[in-house]
Design a protein around this ligand. Structure first.
Ligand code: NAD
Length: 494
């Protein structure tokens, strides 16, 4: 069975059709227990379709198919150059269908079509191309020991890897997970988010066309507590890579520890600080602060959700920041002028509104926003809280919505202390024209990424990941290859 959607919008006109089954061993199949899951349109709250949902039994079948493929038609059986060629072909096919991918993600995630197209999909394709280039460049070292011996290391694929992704950047996350695992020779069982599964189904239709042998990439839609949990508990899957909340990350690590002690890579939440000194270029600082918190509706793990302003520019920064936040256009994802669409789901909408209520009752001031927009769908006004203190829930917990907490500081020491006063450590920004201070501050930040005079940026060639409770391991760049290889030392007596 297939889901066919006719888009007739300002941003995209066309028909997209996707199969609804689980993609296992190179074909679309029905789930063993005939489970389904409903996919919603967050702009209306209505169901758009119902797709196949896998459970433990399906994960098991997929893992076995992946294991067989690893032993017979992938892994070290296939030269890196050949793996890279198939990945480059896959990137080419993704490019061919870029508008359809973007339309499906805008429909189910609610993000602006232009963001899905220009950021998520362009990014996903570049990531696939980047790692296609790495596939024949996985090298070990020769290491001197003593004169009677030679020794070298090999970076071997792990085997079957399990990957679990969230909904905020669906196709970018998928590519970020799949590409380095394929380049290093692993086979894959991936579970998309139950909120945004349609673009992954379109992706499945391209895998065989790109030339991948059956079983190399398996994609099983389903819920976290069933299919997701089964990936972490599987005895066949030898590694799990996850992006999502810190709460789920803990469960995955626990299940991995209790099953076969599979290693984990975790990309988790954040509560990133954005620190703006008196001497910053104010126009730039305001522009980046807006992008930092409101891009993708605040649904970014690295969103600059805690904004610390030095006292001398506090009033002027707040004035300009407010003016620009009020000008952000919230509306239909398929309207080309839209910056912000609805939040992804009813649950997320209620969670964010709950945080806004908690901010008010804890004594923070709603400077602007704080309300729902319209009667249907999950639209929320870009919101700014002032009078925030470090013990408030809105300052401590990740909201994952368009809600900024603005605070004032006086000294550099105070700023670094407040910036680091969080259990998270994903990313952080600092704005200043003083080069010494910029670098001193960047080095003092407890975060996997430090941005100087910019915010919320990723580069394919730079590692991305968390300190503290924001995660384990790094994605993107050469560093991500380490997530998917076992290092073997070979001793040769001469
Ligand atoms: P989530 O943790 O609820 O879900 C993420 C994925 O995990 C989904 O596919 C879900 O089905 C699955 N899952 C849920 N319970 C599971 C379980 N018990 N076992 C295995 N899998 C399970 O997160 P979400 O709400 O979809 O995403 C938002 C969160 O993700 C935010 O906290 C955000 O910060 C984080 N995030 C982090 C990054 C990063 O790179 N660090 C990127 C995007 C999102």
């Amino acid at each position: 069975s297939t889901f066919t959607h006719h888009f007739n919008t300002a941003a995209y006109k066309g028909t997209v059709a996707v199969p609804l089954g689980l993609y296992i061993n190179g074909e679309f199949v029905d789930p063993v227990e005939n489970g389904t899951l409903d996919v919603h349109n967050p702009s209306t709250g209505k169901i758009v379709t119902s797709i196949a949902a896998g459970t433990k039994a399906d994960i098991d079948i997929a893992a076995r198919a992946a294991k067989k493929a690893f032993k017979t038609s992938w892994g070290l059986k296939v030269p890196g150059a050949q793996r890279g060629k198939l990945m480059a072909k896959l990137a080419e096919l993704m490019e061919k269908h870029i508008e359809e991918f973007a339309a499906l993600d805008a429909l189910t995630n609610g993000k602006a079509f232009k963001t899905a197209y220009g950021r998520d999909l362009k990014g996903a394709i570049s990531v696939m191309q980047y790692y296609a280039g790495w596939a024949d460049k996985i090298t070990g070292k020769t290491i001197e020991t003593n004169e009677n011996k030679m020794a070298y290391t090999r970076h071997e694929p792990i085997g079957v890897v399990g990957q679990i992704i969230p909904w905020n950047v669906p196709m970018f996350s998928l590519s970020l997970k799949i590409a380095p695992a394929l380049a290093t020779g692993n086979t894959i069982v991936l579970k998309p988010s139950e909120l945004t599964p349609l673009s992954a189904l379109l992706f499945c239709t391209l895998i065989a066309e790109a030339g991948f042998p059956p079983g190399v990439i398996n994609i099983v839609n389903g819920y976290g507590a069933t299919a997701g949990q089964a990936i972490s508990e599987s005895l066949i899957i030898e590694k799990v890579a996850f992006t999502g909340s810190t709460l789920t990350g803990r469960k995955i690590m626990e299940a991995a520890a209790k099953s076969n002690l599979k290693p984990v890579t975790l990309e988790l939440g954040g509560k990133s600080p954005n620190v703006i000194f008196d001497d910053a270029d104010l126009d730039q600082a305001v522009k980046w602060a807006i992008h930092g918190i409101y891009f993708n509706h605040g649904q970014n793990c690295s969103a600059g959700s805690r904004i610390f302003i030095q006292a001398g520019i506090y009033d002027e920064f707040l004035r300009q920041f407010t003016e620009q936040a009020l000008a952000l256009k919230v509306g239909d994802p398929f309207d080309p002028s839209t910056f912000q669409g609805p939040q992804v789901s009813k649950t997320q909408f209620e969670r964010i509104m709950g945080y806004i209520s908690s901010g008010k009752s804890d004594g923070a001031t709603v400077h602007i926003g704080g309300n729902r927009i319209g009667e249907e769908g999950y639209f929320i006004q870009p919101t700014i809280f002032t009078d925030c203190t470090s013990n408030m829930k809105i300052v401590r917990e990740e909201i994952f919505g368009p809600v900024a907490c603005v605070m004032k500081f006086t000294t550099e020491e105070e700023a670094i202390e407040q910036a680091n006063d969080t259990s998270y450590g994903l990313a952080a920004s600092v704005f200043t024209k003083d080069i010494d201070r910029a670098i001193r501050f960047a080095h003092a930040l407890e975060a996997g990424t430090a941005w100087i005079n910019c915010a919320n940026q990723t580069e394919i060639s730079l590692p991305f990941g968390g300190f503290k409770q924001s995660g384990i391991g790094r994605e993107l760049s050469e560093y991500a290859l380490e997530n998917y290889t076992n290092v073997k030392a070979v001793h040769v007596n001469i």
